[in-house]
Design a protein around this ligand. Structure first.
Ligand SMILES: Nc1ncnc2c1ncn2[C@@H]1O[C@H](COP(=O)(O)OP(=O)(O)OP(=O)(O)O)[C@@H](O)[C@H]1O
Length: 608
């Protein structure tokens, strides 16, 4: 098979060798991660610019407050006219109050915009990761991407761009203000601000870039280790591999701690340099003002104002440091969503869940490794809208591979898969699940309520839809018997459910999603024969007419009503036809049918 592009691949697992530093360089031709984030933020740009202006107003109010208060204190000693003092007192009060109001509204506007955007980004990341579920990402790493990498997008806007642009604007305003009093003093201030706001951030970024780039992937790997060590504890102990796995995880944890200590130490050094720059700038401004014969009170105002202005501009150092740490996460989110790169689907238009869709496999060959035997060997298949087919065959025949090709998670080496006469690869990965999807191998059940697990299939589905899907999957009686009903929590990976209940829940979610091309990979696995027949019949009956179904099954019972049954063996189609034809023809299907029927008769005879 041609490899599925995997921008997420990181270092080895807990049982593997000690980790190598992993970074994700932005690939050529792709927009930079920052530009990609700005593209994502475009619908919320107005609110973000508003937040930036409010942040500028906040910082400027603080600076003006310091300068006015200094003028008030220094000129009070000279007993100026009372009305001048009164104006200054009112200004100090007004600035103090407005600073709080500006800060509050800035936080409100900035967080409102960013949280809206983040919801959108997280949903897209989740959809893309779900679509790529067979590409082998470790679950802890996926969790880390969903949580910390998406937070990097939030932090870039809230902690870097908004405060950074506010600091730069306030710097310009401060120099303009100083120039009104004395040009040489303004020149000295400008030099100090450039050192604090440009040179120091560049230095901080250069010094911390390498360590910071290693921190995010390392955190992802450590999260994956933690999950593997917890979930796989029994297996690790059984194979005597616990010590080795712990050693690898500890090695990673120590490396992470070392990197974070180094980053913190560099941060403190840069902070100290910032304080030094503030003091030196104020000193230079005072000297320049005195040399230019500026009156004493205004020299004081310039000195305190310069200290405050440098302090504000030093926010750029924090922003730059933050930015360095965020870059790997941002690059991974951008690469994952591949935002900005116009996808062919953009030209095609959005896929709708209802179709109609005609799906066609033409001589499709899949090979997982070069030189290995093909998992699918020149398989052709027609799945026009409304048709229902089953793919059966022995273990390893290529059934799940066929489903993976259909959902776009595995690319064929040769041949073509088309959806409405367009190659499947022409559709965006996150868009395809709207048209093609269902219950795929090893469906994941989340540590959440029954309702939340179901709503993942179709957000916003009403109670009637939940009830219908759950009834079709044969889980409704169980849900109704639970004290918490739909709000019953199913445990980590559905651990508080039986295997059969977990399978029914996953099936109900697939039926609720009701994509126009429904793939059901072993939907009745783990159910006893009678329950399996009943669930398969209700599930097929619940699928809307006009939607097509591709059922993958080991069991041959319940397939009589399907339009076609395709028998795979060793990746090749060895038989195809309707159930009645196949049981009448000597071959794998008839042999297997007779074997299964006899085994199930025996099972039923033994069942009380
Ligand atoms: N991710 C993978 N990497 C390498 N080889 C794979 C991968 N997935 C499947 N294969 C190989 O491809 C072949 C077909 O596997 P597939 O899972 O499609 O079979 P299947 O018919 O679904 O089997 P089962 O009924 O046991 O689930 C097998 O030989 C299998 O070893």
């Amino acid at each position: 098979m041609s490899a599925v592009p995997d921008p997420l691949a990181t270092g080895p697992g807990a049982l593997g060798a000690a980790p190598e530093p992993a970074t994700t360089p932005p690939s050529a031709g792709r927009p930079t991660a920052e530009r990609a984030v700005l593209r994502l933020a475009r619908p919320y740009l107005g609110r973000l610019v508003g937040a930036g202006l409010l942040a500028t107003a906040t910082e400027f109010a603080g600076l003006a407050l310091m300068a006015t208060a200094t003028w008030l204190l220094m000129s009070a000693a000279g007993r100026p006219p009372l009305d001048r003092l009164t104006v200054a007192i009112v200004a100090v009060r007004a600035l103090a109050i407005s600073r709080g109001v500006f800060r509050y509204t800035e936080r409100l506007a900035g967080h409102d915009a960013v949280l809206r955007m983040i919801t959108d980004v997280r949903a897209r990341v989740f959809a893309t990761l779900t679509a790529r579920r067979t590409t082998g990402h470790r679950s802890g790493d996926v969790l880390s991407r969903l949580v910390s990498d998406v937070e990097a997008v939030q932090d870039l806007l809230l902690r870097v761009l908004v405060p950074g642009s506010a600091a730069a604007l306030v710097g310009v305003l401060a120099v303009t203000g100083a120039a009104l009093i004395s040009l040489p003093a303004a020149g000295a201030l400008a030099v100090g601000l450039v050192i604090a706001g440009v040179a120091l951030p560049v230095l901080a970024t250069a010094v911390t870039r390498r360590s910071a780039a290693q921190v995010a992937p390392l955190r992802g790997e450590l999260a994956a280790d933690a999950i593997d060590l917890t979930h796989g504890a029994a297996d690790l102990a059984a194979f005597g591999a616990t010590d080795n796995a712990l050693r690898v995880a500890e090695h990673r944890a120590r490396r992470l701690a070392r990197l974070e200590r180094r980053l913190a130490a560099t941060g403190f050094a840069v902070d100290a340099a910032g304080v030094l720059v503030a003091g030196l700038t104020a000193g230079a401004v005072v000297l320049a003002a005195l040399a230019a014969d500026v009156p004493g009170v205004l020299v004081g105002v310039l000195a305190v104002g310069s200290l405050a202005a440098v302090e504000v501009t030093l926010a750029l150092v924090a922003a730059a440091r933050q930015w360095t740490q965020l870059r790997p996460g941002l690059a991974r989110v951008a690469a994952l969503l591949d935002v900005g790169t116009p996808t062919p689907s953009a030209a095609i238009g959005n896929l709708t869940p209802d179709g109609p869709y005609d799906l066609r496999f033409a001589r499709v060959t899949v090979r997982y490794r070069a030189g290995a035997a093909p998992a699918l060997d020149e398989v052709s298949l027609d799945l026009p809208a409304g048709r229902r087919i089953a793919v059966v065959g022995p273990s390893g025949a290529g059934k799940s591979t066929l489903a993976a090709v259909l959902t776009g998670t595995v690319q064929p080496e040769s041949g073509q898969v088309t959806l409405n006469d367009r190659d499947l690869s022409a559709y965006a990965e996150e868009e395809l699940p709207r048209a093609v999807g269902g219950l795929l191998a090893e469906a994941y059940v989340f540590h959440a309520t029954v309702r939340e697990n179901l709503l993942l299939g179709r957000a916003g589905a009403d109670e009637a839809a939940l009830t219908a899907a759950t009834a079709a999957a044969g889980l409704l009686d169980w849900v109704r018997a639970q004290p918490a009903g739909w709000d019953t929590v199913v445990g980590e990976e559905g651990g508080q459910l039986s295997g059969g209940q977990r399978q029914r829940l996953a099936l109900a979610r697939a039926l609720l999603a009701a994509p126009a091309v429904l793939v059901l990979d072993e939907p009745t696995e783990g159910l006893d024969p009678a329950a399996a027949d009943a669930v398969l019949a209700t599930a097929l009956a619940a699928t809307p007419a006009g939607h097509s179904v591709l059922l993958i099954s080991h069991r041959l019972s319940g397939l009589a009503g399907l339009d076609e049954i395709v028998v795979l063996d060793g990746g090749r189609v060895i038989q195809r036809g309707r159930h009645a034809e196949l049981v009448a023809t000597p071959g794998w299907y008839r042999d297997q049918w007779l074997l299964q029927a006899a085994a199930e008769r025996g099972y039923l005879a033994l069942t009380p």
